[in-house]
Design a protein around this ligand. Structure first.
Ligand SMILES: Cc1ncc(COP(=O)(O)O)c(C=O)c1O
Length: 401
């Protein structure tokens, strides 16, 4: 929720610029817009924060993944390795480009592991859609070895990990293309918004074209320029881009504050028997939007959640049963009720979604409780929360042994 905590005059000023011209459309209309180009400025800001050569704003993070996949050459019938622990958008995007999601194991980074990816590879595997979950990042060195050894395409869904990095490279920039979400719940919000990044000019051209009905945006008259590919309308509006721009400027400050709060919480909780933490593959690159604690087993995690509820502790997610981000909740996928007939027709004979066996994911997500880190907390708020978490864990772990 970090971005929305700091919503204020800066966002209003950027939106006001757009309202004064009335030019809500991101392309063309050069005279009416009087030099106001919020989508372009938003993209420039993202390039500055991530170091990406190219960034393109779209209407949401789900559209951003679909665009990244399509621009990376992934389409009908391709097998794409995906995570069982993500927001369903990562899976839907694979289906929406007509490809086939194949689930693999995660590790304690909460992301796909190199080992999990390697085990899921078949002769039909074309790509990996890697999700950087819960503000952190996947363990990229071993993953890149597998990607390169098997000559796979990597697309990163960094919907929850904008401004996180691994050994100096921003999430989203390891593969062919990557995506970020700027929905209401992320480190920065546009209301609804997404960004696709790449370092490859050709891929950028496809991203730009695909997300606007195939318009190549070359030449003066919109609609009459060349249309090299078919696409769809995933455009962002200038109003949303204006909010995203003001919010993303605040991200470096949010990230620094989040890191301080997360460190303080971890110091309190590392003294408590029964608490360990999800692994951050590069702690220096953490966006620190979540504190991810692991309990010894599923039962103590469930007891801890009950304790939190009984004692009024809020601001946490128990993904295993209480959120929509885990495969156990995706009944529609198991029943193949997807919007993509093509995917259903090719999926049914090739993947048995009723019987997916991922014991590591079941164990890790069953033990995981994540707290949203707030940048507006005071030091006392953090100490109080740390003490409350510690007390609940102590009693629930004692009860379950
Ligand atoms: C990992 C991940 N990817 C993609 C999305 C989708 O983003 P949006 O809500 O902007 O469409 C989300 C949203 O929560 C997400 O968590």
């Amino acid at each position: 929720m970090a971005g929305t905590e700091l919503f204020g005059a800066e966002e209003r000023r950027e939106v006001q610029d757009v309202l004064e011209t009335g030019m809500l459309f991101r392309y063309n209309h050069d005279v009416q817009r009087k030099g106001i180009w919020k989508a372009r400025e938003f993209e420039e800001e993202i390039k500055k924060i991530t170091g990406a050569k190219y960034a393109h704003a779209v209407c949401n993070g789900s559209a951003a993944i679909a665009t990244a996949l399509a621009a990376s050459g992934i389409g009908a019938g391709d097998e794409v390795i995906v995570s069982p622990f993500t927001f369903i958008a990562s899976i839907e995007a694979v289906l929406f480009v007509g490809a086939i999601p194949v689930f693999a194991e995660i590790d304690e980074t909460l992301c796909l592991s190199a080992e999990g990816i390697e085990k899921a590879i078949t002769k039909n595997t074309k790509a990996v859609c890697l999700v950087h979950m819960c503000g952190g990042m996947a363990d990229m060195d071993p993953i890149m070895r597998v990607i390169n050894d098997y000559n796979l395409i990597l697309v990163e869904d960094a919907g929850q990990a904008f401004s996180a990095s691994y050994k100096g490279t921003a999430t989203g920039l390891f593969g062919t293309a990557g995506s970020y979400s700027f929905d209401f719940f992320k480190i920065a919000t546009a209301g609804e918004g997404g960004i696709v990044v790449t370092n490859d000019e050709q891929v950028y051209r496809l991203i730009d074209t695909y997300s606007d009905h195939g318009h190549s945006h070359v030449g003066a008259k919109r609609g009459m320029e060349p249309h090299p590919i078919l696409g769809f309308n995933y455009r962002i509006s200038e109003l949303h881009a204006a909010v995203g721009l003001a919010q993303s400027r605040k991200v470096p400050q949010i990230r620094e504050t989040n890191r301080r709060h997360k460190k303080q919480l971890m110091e309190i909780l590392s003294a408590i028997d029964g608490i360990t933490f999800a692994r951050t593959a590069d702690p220096d690159g953490d966006s620190a939007t979540f504190l991810n604690i692991l309990l010894p087993d599923k039962e103590s995690a469930k007891r801890t959640v009950e304790q939190f509820n009984e004692t009024g502790v809020t601001g946490f997610d128990y993904w295993y049963t209480n959120m929509y981000h885990f495969i156990n909740q995706w009944d529609h996928l198991k029943n193949l009720q997807t919007a993509s007939k093509l995917a259903v027709e090719v999926l049914a004979p090739r993947q048995d979604y009723q019987n997916i066996y991922l014991p590591k994911a079941q164990d890790i997500v069953g033990r995981l409780i994540s707290f949203s880190v707030r940048c507006t907390w005071s030091g006392d708020d953090v100490t109080m929360l740390g003490d409350q978490i510690a007390a609940c864990v102590k009693s629930s772990v004692a009860e379950t042994v």
